[in-house]
Design a protein around this ligand. Structure first.
Ligand code: HEC
Ligand code: HEC
Ligand code: HEC
Ligand code: HEC
Ligand code: HEC
Length: 231
C-alpha cells in the first residue's frame, strides 16, 4: 500500500492548496511530467494471487449472487467492504465442507482472524473516491470493474488514472443506467450509443446535473473541480 512514502505527505498539502483555488496550472504540468504515473494504481491487468481461489464467475455468473450480498457497503459507504468469513461459511459449512481450497476460510472461521485477501484496486491516498456516490446515481460496477461476473480471479480492468475519471466526469450520460440495474452487469448491453445518451440525459436531469432544457447546471461543474477528488 505504501507505494510513495516520500512524496505523499507533501503532495497532500499541495493538493489542499490546489483545492483552495491557487493558480497552479504551470506547477501542475511540471508535477505531471516529473512524477509521471503512479504504477500500481494505473496497472490495468493487475491480478494478485489470492489466499483462496474464490471465483466470481462461479458465485455471481453461475449461482447468481448479487454483488451486495457480499459487498454490503457499496450503496451506503465510500468503500466496498470485502465480505467477512461468516458470509462464506453460511453456505460452506454445508457446501464443499471438506474442500482443501476452503482450508484458509475454515481456519479463519475458527481463529476469528480475517482471510488475508489482497487488495486489487488501490488509488493513492491523496485521491478521494466514494462508491455510494456512484452506485446510488446509476453508475454500474461494470463501468469501472468490467465483467467481474465472468472472472475466475479478479483483475484490474481500467487504469484508474485521473484522465480516466475525468473522461466520464465530463460526459457521464452514456455511462448511466436506472439505479435498480447497477449490479446487473449484463443489463443494457444491446443499447446503441444514441439510446445510451438519450437515456443518460434523462437520468442526468433527475440527478440535477442537467436542467429541464438539458443544459449543465452548477452541480455539473463540480464534477471536474480539483477539490471534488482532492480534498
Ligand atoms: C459470495 C461473495 C461475493 C459476491 C457475491 C461478489 N463478490 Fe466481489 N469479492 C468477493 C471476495 C471474497 C473478494 C476478495 C477476493 C478477490 O479479490 O477475488 C472480492 C473482490 C472483488 C473486487 C476486487 C476488490 C479489490 O481488492 O480491489 C471487485 C472489484 C469485486 N469483488 C466486484 C464484485 C462485483 C461487481 C460483484 C457483483 C457482480 C461481486 N464482486 C460479487 C466476494 C464476492
Ligand atoms: C450462496 C452460497 C455460497 C456462498 C455465500 C459462498 N459460496 Fe463458495 N460455493 C458455493 C457453491 C454452490 C459452490 C460449488 C460447490 C461444488 O462445486 O461442489 C462453491 C464453491 C466454492 C469454492 C470451490 C470449492 C472447490 O473445492 O472447488 C471456493 C474456493 C469457494 N466457493 C469459496 C467461497 C468463499 C471464499 C466465499 C465467501 C467470500 C463463498 N465461497 C461464499 C456456494 C457459496
Ligand atoms: C466509478 C467507478 C466505480 C464503480 C461504479 C464501482 N467501483 Fe469499486 N472501486 C473503484 C475504485 C476506484 C476502487 C479503488 C478504491 C480505493 O483504492 O480507494 C474500487 C474498489 C473496490 C473494491 C475494493 C474495496 C475498496 O473499497 O477499496 C471492491 C470490493 C469494489 N470496488 C466493488 C465494487 C462493486 C461491487 C461495485 C458495484 C456495486 C463497484 N465496486 C462500483 C471504482 C468503482
Ligand atoms: C463511468 C463514470 C464515472 C467514472 C469512471 C468516475 N466517476 Fe466519479 N462520479 C460519476 C457520477 C455520475 C457522479 C455523481 C455526480 C452527482 O450526482 O453530482 C460522480 C461523483 C463523484 C464524486 C462526488 C462524490 C460526492 O461527494 O457526491 C467523486 C469524489 C468522484 N466521483 C470521484 C471519482 C474518481 C476519483 C474517479 C476515478 C477513480 C471517478 N469518480 C470515476 C461518474 C463517474
Ligand atoms: C474525477 C476525479 C479527479 C479530479 C476532478 C481531479 N483529479 Fe487529480 N487525480 C485523480 C486521480 C484518480 C489521480 C491518481 C491517478 C493518477 O496518477 O493519474 C490524480 C492525480 C493527481 C496528481 C498527481 C500527479 C500524477 O499524475 O500522479 C495531481 C498533481 C493532480 N491529480 C492534480 C489535479 C488538479 C490540479 C485538478 C484540477 C484541475 C485535479 N487533479 C482534478 C483524480 C482527479
Amino acid at each position: 500500500m505504501n507505494r510513495d512514502p516520500i512524496f505523499r505527505p507533501w503532495m497532500d498539502q499541495l493538493l489542499k492548496l490546489m483545492g483552495a483555488g491557487a493558480a497552479v496550472t504551470g506547477l501542475y504540468v511540471v508535477l505531471m511530467i516529473y512524477f509521471g504515473f503512479s504504477p500500481k494504481t494505473l496497472n490495468a491487468g493487475y491480478m494478485p494471487q489470492q489466499p483462496v481461489p474464490y471465483s466470481h464467475a462461479l458465485h455471481v455468473g453461475e449461482l447468481g449472487l448479487d454483488c451486495r450480498y457480499c459487498h454490503t457497503t457499496v450503496e451506503s459507504a465510500g468503500f466496498a467492504a470485502v465480505p467477512p468469513t461468516q458470509t462464506c461459511m453460511s453456505c460452506h459449512e454445508k457446501i464443499a465442507p471438506t474442500s482443501t481450497k476452503l482450508d484458509p476460510v475454515r481456519s479463519s472461521f475458527h481463529s476469528g482472524m480475517p482471510v488475508p485477501w489482497i487488495k486489487v484496486h488501490d488509488l493513492p491516498d491523496y485521491v478521494y473516491f466514494n462508491h455510494s456516490a456512484h452506485v446510488t446515481r446509476g453508475v454500474s460496477c461494470v463501468e469501472c470493474h468490467g465483467r467481474v461476473d465472468h472472472m475466475e480471479e479478479v483483475h484490474q480492468v481500467e487504469r484508474l488514472s485521473m484522465g480516466w475519471c475525468l473522461e466520464c466526469h465530463r460526459n457521464p450520460a452514456p455511462h448511466l443506467r436506472p439505479v435498480d440495474h447497477v449490479t446487473d452487469l449484463d443489463w443494457g448491453m444491446g443499447r446503441t450509443e444514441e439510446e445510451k445518451q438519450a437515456q443518460g440525459v434523462e437520468i442526468m436531469k433527475g440527478l440535477g446535473l442537467y436542467d429541464e432544457a438539458g443544459q449543465p447546471t452548477s452541480r455539473m461543474t463540480l464534477m471536474t473541480n480539483c477539490s471534488t477528488c482532492h480534498r
